[in-house]
Design a protein. Structure first.
Length: 418
């Protein structure tokens, strides 16, 4: 505590400028920050004694670390689509596009139960009945790191459901092609642990085409700067099953609904490689080393694109908004999850492109990163799980800020922290 001592017999302002008042927890005592308190020398001894006691109490309480699990609900806004989805004879939710398009567009708002895991490093909001991480906030800046669609829409998709909802956030999907069926399933869930040592939420579903049991357990610890994601896939059958598992993240670090042009993709691979698709023709001459290619910046994506890389050298990636000096870092075991893909709208996206993905215009969109146990989305790329086998691994997610260049080295150093 710094106190400006007044000369004898003279009144002067005394400013309390202890570090605890500069902490983000000062929101508990906003009226005391920088408050000038006038006292006379007659009351100085009493004031100093009282202030020391009160300041100690304030600092002890204001600087207490945050570690909590809370339950509530989030409001999702989207084009009404459920009336056009039905379960086929395999149990797969399938979109009837003819029925959907015959009905006028109608925007609805629906509540979904949410569970929030929070410590001093991050605040994660789950929608467990959908198997999703809905939101990831940097508590230091208060800014969202994921893309959250203000008004989601259904898209046609290359999977067995025939559609994909553009909710945003992070999802875990099986069993094949793009987004699989998991995105459309109802998940069961429970709070697995809520103690002073850890907060854990378990979400589960059974994939209808393969019968594989899929569990995702999100865990937060009080003193660790990352969110643990434990993934378990169990084959209850006697025979081998072919499948793919992808973690799909739609990201707009610091923006929430708008990715920034100087958002940088940090990928530990030698080179970017465009996927073999006609709409990637514009990438010619722009791919190359991941450390120098213009395509490492979202603002250099001239149009919609699907970008891959040579094999990853380490199991992580980062997405960092240089304008705001914050972003995310995701790690995963490379021996289990070697597949990698990047997808984007183009920057800035046209109004037509925006309307494909949202009704909340204007919207600059997101950059989407995939990591998975397959090297592509064809049937030939599928992995295998033996009868009775359970596959289990852990992926981790950090909110990062104020990193030094080179970003790849800064992020690697975070991976080494306990």
């Amino acid at each position: 505590m710094l106190i400006d001592q007044p000369p004898r017999g003279q009144k002067r302002a005394i400013f309390l400028s202890n570090a605890c008042f500069k902490d983000k927890h000062m929101k508990l005592f906003p009226s005391l920050a920088g408050l000038p308190i006038f006292v006379t020398m007659i009351s100085m001894r009493w004031f100093m004694s009282w202030t020391g006691v009160m300041m100690g109490w304030f600092c002890a309480h204001a600087a207490s670390p945050v570690f909590q699990l809370t339950q509530g609900e989030v409001q999702l806004r989207y084009l009404r689509y459920e009336f056009a989805v039905h379960a086929d004879d395999r149990g797969v939710p399938v979109m009837d596009w003819k029925r959907f398009r015959a009905s006028p567009e109608h925007i609805v708002k629906r509540p979904r139960r949410s569970i929030v895991l929070e410590n001093d490093h991050l605040r994660a909001t789950l929608i467990p009945s959908m198997g999703r991480l809905h939101s990831l906030v940097n508590p230091l800046s208060g800014r969202e790191q994921l893309w959250i669609n203000p008004i989601a829409v259904p898209l046609g998709a290359n999977n067995d459901t025939g559609f994909w909802m553009t909710w945003g956030g992070i999802e875990h999907v099986m069993p094949s092609r793009e987004h699989g069926t998991s995105h459309a399933l109802s998940w069961t869930f429970e709070v697995e642990e809520n103690t002073s040592k850890q907060k854990s939420v378990r979400m589960e579903s059974t994939e209808p085409l393969t019968g594989l049991h899929h569990a995702v357990i999100y865990t937060l610890y009080p003193d660790r700067p990352f969110l643990d994601t434990r993934i378990l896939i169990r084959n209850p059958h006697a025979g081998t099953v072919r499948f793919s598992h992808w973690t799909t993240a739609t990201l707009a670090p610091g923006g929430g609904t708008n990715v920034t042009p100087h958002t940088e993709l940090v990928v530990p691979a030698a080179r970017f490689v465009p996927d073999d698709r006609d709409f990637n023709d514009w990438m010619q001459g722009l791919t190359g080393p991941t450390a120098t290619s213009p395509l490492r910046f979202v603002g250099k994506w001239r149009s919609i694109g699907d970008l891959m890389t040579t094999p990853l050298q380490q199991g992580f990636y980062g997405v960092y908004a240089r304008e705001r000096r914050e972003g995310i870092l995701r790690s995963f075991p490379l021996d289990i999850s070697p597949g990698f893909d990047i997808w984007g709208w183009g920057y800035p996206p046209t109004e037509k492109r925006q309307r494909e993905f949202t009704r909340g215009l204007p919207n600059l969109g997101y950059i989407e990163l995939w990591n998975g146990n397959a090297h592509g989305f064809s049937e030939a790329d599928l992995s295998k799980i033996k009868g009775g086998q359970t596959l289990e691994w852990v992926e981790r997610l950090w909110v990062v800020s104020q990193l030094e260049d080179p970003l790849r080295a800064s992020m690697k150093s975070l991976l080494r922290e306990p």
